[in-house]
Design a protein around this ligand. Sequence first.
Ligand SMILES: NC(=O)c1ccc[n+]([C@@H]2O[C@H](COP(=O)([O-])OP(=O)(O)OC[C@H]3O[C@@H](n4cnc5c(N)ncnc54)[C@H](O)[C@@H]3O)[C@@H](O)[C@H]2O)c1
Length: 354
Amino acid sequence: MIPNLNLVPFVSVDHMMKLVLHIGVERFLTELSAYVEEDFRRWERFDKTPRVASHSAEGVIELMPTSDGRTYGFKYVNGHPKNTREGRQTVTAFGVLADVGTGYPMLMTEMTILTALRTAATSAVAAKHLAPKDASCMAIIGNGAQAEFQAMAFKALLGIRKLRLYDIDPAATRKCMRNLSDQGFEIAACGSTEEAVEGAQIITTVTADKQYATILTDNMVGAGVHINAVGGDCPGKTELHRDILLRSDIFVEYPPQTRIEGEIQQLAPDHPVTELWTVMTGQATGRRDARQITLFDSVGFATEDFSALRYVRDKVAGTGFYETLDMLADPDEPRDLFGMILRAAKPAPVDEAA
Ligand SMILES: NC(=O)c1ccc[n+]([C@@H]2O[C@H](COP(=O)([O-])OP(=O)(O)OC[C@H]3O[C@@H](n4cnc5c(N)ncnc54)[C@H](O)[C@@H]3O)[C@@H](O)[C@H]2O)c1
């Protein structure tokens, strides 16, 4: 008999923080990036579907499933830009990894922190293939929850040391500078997006606003720049002026999802885009020349969460960085589910010694 079939390893927020600190943020991002890239390289093995989104006036709740035939994963995630005004996160998430052979969950974990890490890792993996090779300076427009993770991933994978920060809320920029002050960056707080993008070879936009926003206008984007557009990830929620898209070579995760959610929702449904996985496998070219504008139109795809779930499963194995949840009913005889409830109603044995 297999013991403890009822128990599923669970990584709480507390354990995730301890795991990240134990491994180290940069090493975590570097190792996670390798898992993300490994799964992009075996793209054709995955079940793929645009995520299942439930939209409301305030935000969106989404389910993001995928499977490689052996393992299945899904993430629950929301996006509610107004939440921060009420002391809540814009994005929260949790996820499950399961065994395809039995259908039994093998891991459940918080994914609010993990999403920030996997989004940053994916951005950096894309930039490794698309950004100018000599890039040293990145502008980050939007200095909220995701911002420091983006900075750390670009430092770990591309050696970015100079940051130029801008947020409409100066308190967010101050928070970001404070958090990154001991991480080996040279940081400039800027008074506008125009100022922030000056001299940056990479521009990351990671703002939250439930509208067609224009964070970057065409005149702000010079030749040769790589744009990492993270914040536009819902129908009716974009960050870049359409003219920038028309000047850029656009790279996406999964076109059927990005056409609904990404910056390219502003373009014709057949506007040419390159799938990131084809660049990683050498079937398509990433950056061709020094004057080309490359754009990673990031929306976040299920395989990236699958990679993150796999990574966490591998890292917590044999450690104390998880607890177990009594999550799966496990009667002595599998068909006696009802009997298991009845047996639970029996009075507890009397303790004679008491
Ligand atoms: N592509 C992905 O895979 C992915 C993953 C996670 C989050 N996201 C998206 O990234 C965005 C940011 O997420 P977060 O968790 O950091 O949100 P957040 O609310 O913590 O931070 C967003 C920041 O953007 C700033 N901002 C809003 N409008 C701005 C503007 N016009 N100019 C400059 N700054 C502006 C806000 O003041 C805030 O500090 C969200 O839209 C979220 O949906 C995308």
